[in-house]
Design a protein around this ligand. Structure first.
Ligand SMILES: [Zn+2]
Length: 471
């Protein structure tokens, strides 16, 4: 027997700012799409019903900054995102091959897009790659399924000239370009942020995790935060996100006794440790540096002897987190608005995935409880805006015909309780039951993605410009 609808979510409070919906309704799903939305839908028409009484039903959470590769985040990233209520994510570093392998082997039903890093010694030769080298990298990355490039300036800097060239090359090829501020001339701080906005000029660029440049490294963090807000207001071509976790995430890998990442060195100095391998070991023993270790099918933060052992067993090539994000800049960046009423920072992200800080629901709903954000704002920053930036016309809202990507949240406990992507259940009450991954790619990447045995969702970057500003 066939049913009109595969699922009905019943009696939840629907928050769908794109369609001006805010009230108790039923939502029916058929053929992976939203098929009906009304005060009451006959449950006999559905194969399955979920009671969402007392819960909020939002368009699926889209996290524009995650890590789920063998290099960063690891194989549990998908599961951890599903548990956090996320239905779509943008991997912000690649490497694309590894992101696809993990998506195929450990997928739980999410939609995932990926950017390939521009990293000296890995994807480009030196710190000053020329136009043709950058062009080759971009073409190769798009062909492999990435949507564009990520400049990892704060960690693995390029020269300012090569940074500007990368931005231009991505723009000329309709590719997505994200930028972690910093270059050979500046660090990952407010000075790096200012340099980044100058290098970006008028190009459409996604400037990553604005909160991480406002930690008080140069001036008091409240001053840095207001500087960042004013600068972003003057650069409407820049889209951005900020995250809400107290911890960051960076590489613990050392070479010749020194951490490879600039960020790691800075974090050690902030904690009063030497920026050396020895200093990092002492920081792990003293709880300042928290190593990301596998435990029970997830990644957790660990310190002390056990963490040092894990780090050494992996030849120091692990992720490490430091509690370097003060509260005030996070709150201010999450809520600041432009004169138009739109948000200064377009999205709330996690910079998580396999790094254990997927706290968008937990902390975001805390901001709603504090009346820093309204529930509509939460949906705008976690779904509607990120969908526009990534050019996903059928996501970010719950209109009829939209992809059936849904996150159901419990306001009391500040936890996601149910999620669905493309009409299939991903997570229910903390149990992850989705399978596979749908890779969001461009026409150039379709073949490679499908050859890996993954489903693809092709966006046309010419028709729906990636990374465009949210209006
Ligand atoms: Zn990141």
């Amino acid at each position: 027997m066939s049913y009109k609808y595969s699922y009905i979510l019943m009696n939840g409070t629907v928050i769908d700012p794109a369609n001006q919906r805010n009230g108790v309704m039923d939502i029916a799903v058929a053929d992976n799409k939203i098929a009906n939305i009304a005060k009451e839908i006959d449950p006999t028409l559905a194969r399955d019903c979920f009671d969402a009484t007392g819960k909020f039903i939002l368009p699926g959470i889209i996290d524009l900054h995650v890590h789920a590769s063998a290099w960063l985040g690891g194989k549990f990233g998908h599961k951890m995102m599903a548990l956090a209520g996320i239905t779509t994510a943008l991997d912000m570093s690649g490497p694309i091959d590894s992101v696809l392998d993990i998506a195929r082997d450990y997928g739980v039903g999410l939609n995932v897009a990926c950017l390939q890093y521009v990293r000296p010694g890995h994807t480009v030769k030196g710190t000053n790659p020329g136009k043709s080298q950058l062009m080759d990298l971009l073409q190769d990355s798009l062909k492999k399924g990435a949507c564009g490039l990520k400049i990892l300036g704060g960690h693995y800097p390029l020269s300012p000239e090569a940074t500007a060239r990368t931005i231009e090359v991505a723009y000329q090829n309709n590719a997505y370009l994200a930028f972690h501020a910093g270059s050979l001339e500046t660090k990952s701080n407010i000075e790096g942020f200012h340099e980044a906005t100058a290098l970006i000029r008028d190009f459409p660029v996604h400037l990553a995790h604005i909160n991480s440049y406002c930690r008080g490294a140069v001036r008091p963090y409240t001053v840095e935060t207001e500087e960042a807000i004013e600068t972003l207001k003057q650069h409407p071509n820049i889209c951005s996100e900020s995250y809400l976790s107290p911890v960051n995430g960076t590489s613990a890998k050392c070479a010749l006794g020194i951490p490879e990442s600039q960020v790691t060195m800075t974090c050690l100095e902030i904690g009063g440790f030497h920026a050396t391998e020895q200093g990092l070991e002492e920081a792990i023993m003293s709880d300042w540096a928290q190593i990301n270790i596998e435990s029970g099918g997830q990644i957790i933060l660990a310190t002390g002897k056990k963490a040092v052992e894990w780090w050494k067993q992996h030849d120091t090539d692990t992720t490490v987190s430091f509690k370097v994000n003060p509260e005030i800049p996070k709150l201010r960046l999450a809520s600041a608005k432009r004169d138009s009423g739109n948000f200064v920072v377009d999205c709330i992200s996690t910079d998580g995935g396999g790094i254990p800080r997927n706290v968008t629901v937990e902390m975001g709903l805390a901001l709603v409880k504090l009346q820093v954000l309204r529930m509509d704002d939460f949906a705008i920053k976690t779904s509607m805006n990120p969908a526009k930036i990534l050019g996903l016309k059928h996501k970010g809202h719950l209109g009829i015909g939209a992809d059936a990507d849904i996150s159901v949240l419990d306001f009391e406990t500040q936890k996601p309780v149910f999620s669905m992507a493309n009409g299939e259940v991903v997570m229910w009450n903390g149990f992850v039951c989705g399978r596979g991954t749908r890779i969001i790619t461009t026409p150039a990447g379709r073949k490679c993605v499908e050859a890996k045995g993954l489903r693809s969702s092709v966006i046309d970057p010419v028709e729906t410009p990636l990374c465009r500003r949210v209006q």
